[in-house]
Design a protein. Structure first.
Length: 129
């Protein structure tokens, strides 16, 4: 199973790099259009693949792992976040979904915000040594 996840992740990561970069070059803007397209298309793919895989016997567990955890996870982890959010909403767990969505977005932004000065300090420390 790990082989299938690893293979899908590699293909997804390379796809993200190529598609995101291509869209960014084509739009010629500082707005992260490439990342936005990857996040939207990855979420769409994960939703379609999971719904189809769960409701039909078409995909083996290995193929499902390759396409979902592997490819979609390598392509964008945003797809997993989106699917889990929708699953909570479909289950009627509105409060949990709201907390999950708000916490994911806000805490992830905070993580980046806090990680940037840490990296600056590490660079500064390295340059002093």
């Amino acid at each position: 199973m790990l082989f299938y996840v690893a293979l899908g992740s590699a293909i997804g990561g390379v796809s993200r790099y190529l598609i995101g970069g291509l869209i960014q070059r084509l739009t010629d803007t500082t707005f992260p259009a490439g990342t936005l397209l990857v996040n939207i298309s990855g979420s769409f793919l994960l939703g379609a693949i999971l719904r189809y895989a769960v409701e039909t016997p078409t995909f083996s567990p290995e193929m499902r792992a390759l396409l979902t955890v592997g490819f979609c996870g390598g392509y964008t982890t945003f797809s997993t976040f989106s699917y889990e959010s929708v699953a909570l909403l479909e289950d009627g767990q509105w409060t949990r979904a709201g907390v999950y969505i708000a916490a994911s977005v806000l805490l992830s932004l905070m993580g980046v915000f806090l990680g940037l000065p840490l990296a600056r300090e590490l660079i500064s420390l390295r340059q002093r040594l």
